[in-house]
Design a protein around this ligand. Sequence first.
Ligand code: NAD
Length: 506
Amino acid sequence: MATCFGAITMTIRTANKQPIKHNFIAGEWRPSAEYMENINPSDTNDVIARYAIASSNDVQDAVSAAATAMPVWSNSTSGERFEILDAIGSEIIQRQHELGDLLAREEGKTLKEAVAEAHRAGSLFKFFAAEVYRSETEGYRSLRPGISLEVRREPIGVVAAITPWNFPLAIPAWKIAPALAYGNTVVFKPAELVSGSAWALAEIISRAGLPEGVFNLVMGQGTEVGAALVEHADVAGVTFTGSTAVGRKIGATTFARGGKMQLEMGGQNPLIVLDDADLESAVEFAINGSFYSTGQRCTASSRLIVTEGIHDAFVAAMLHRMQGLRIGDARNPDTEIGPVVSEAQLNNNLDYLRTAKIEGARLLTGGEELKRPTPGWYLSPALFTHATREMQICREEVFGPIASVISVSNYDEALLVANDSDFGLSAGIVSNDRKIIDHFTTNVQAGMVQINLPTAGMDFHAPFTGRKNSSYGPPEKGSHCREFFTNSKVVHANYGERLKPKKEGS
Ligand code: NAD
């Protein structure tokens, strides 16, 4: 069954020494008519490589190869699936420093965060390798005597995995690994800005022994390559992570043609700090939640909702801490905050900063473009005070190193402000009052809650999910994601007397 592409390396060099990377379709690395450059946001003179832009024929061929491979892969044994997924996970973990360095180079996440993400991507493959041994069939007692009742799980078919740039290894891993584990075939369309990490992941998967066509990589623009996939009648399900605007468009198209979908989208996440909070911890959670990964996390704590009694001390401590943050080249091990991912994203952040000032928020610190030894998209983390819940920076997803402090009089008001959002992904509270924490946990409108912790979604064995405009469809990660990656089949059976086991001695 296994096809090994181990010897194939499709890196060829052009006269100007930029490596060229192809798409992976039907078991082959396929050249393209057009290529796009991938640039290091910490040093815009550094071109990482040129990546193939898939044509509409390429998309067609990738889906067709994936559909053709379905009968083979859906009938593969648990052991075969385990070996392949486990081997992919092992190689990613073994190469985590190299993969993390590439991720930091093309996305701007600090080396520490990038290596941790690579490790997590490997662990995700290992987790879903083990999941293949979990029984997919559930038995029930029928209401009718003598009738057997079971619910089987079957793969859905060709899965399109469309991913954003901010977690270029972990998010593809938590879509591709379960898709394969549950017996589906995959066409992977990564975000344009992070083709390097996607290609490196695809290269590892291409050598793991999957039959031809089970896994395909098509790189290129979302509006063309992504849209063609979403519209394709042979794509049974779309697992998408990205902005709410794009997610809604994809959702409407997928729904209209009867496809299955799993959409993880934007956030505008609150962190409540109450009077009784430990100040030092609250500041660390806010710094981490708001600014790590340059604030480019769907779970970023962009609204810091702080009660009056601790407000001034919290703001002063934040200012002190922020002035010491080391902002620079993502690959420098001393850097705490890397650059913004691209010029377009930087301009977007600058627009939010301008509007916030016009609307009356007061910029306490940051929000300045910074010069570093190499040219890059550097922005100092910004903190606004005197923010209100009506302001654009508190209503829309900012997706940059910008946070706002909203002052409130008590916990009740804090909860009201936290829930006054179109999003509902992650919500945090810093307090030692168990009664209030219980109330918050029950009443906050979010898919994930953090109590005396920075925002996070790192536990790959637990579901990752949101409410309102943040998520649609079954959760990702953990065993819960099988709701998306499988279809149920309910089997009622009457096996009759003849099939009953004979009694001993008869
Ligand atoms: P994006 O929506 O611009 O793009 C996401 C992906 O969709 C990319 O691969 C893109 O090429 C593709 N795409 C764009 N238009 C398309 C179309 N018309 N049809 C099909 N595909 C299309 O998002 P982004 O800028 O790459 O990532 C940032 C966003 O991702 C933020 O909004 C962030 O909150 C969100 N995000 C959400 C989660 C979560 O789990 N909720 C996690 C990470 C990122």
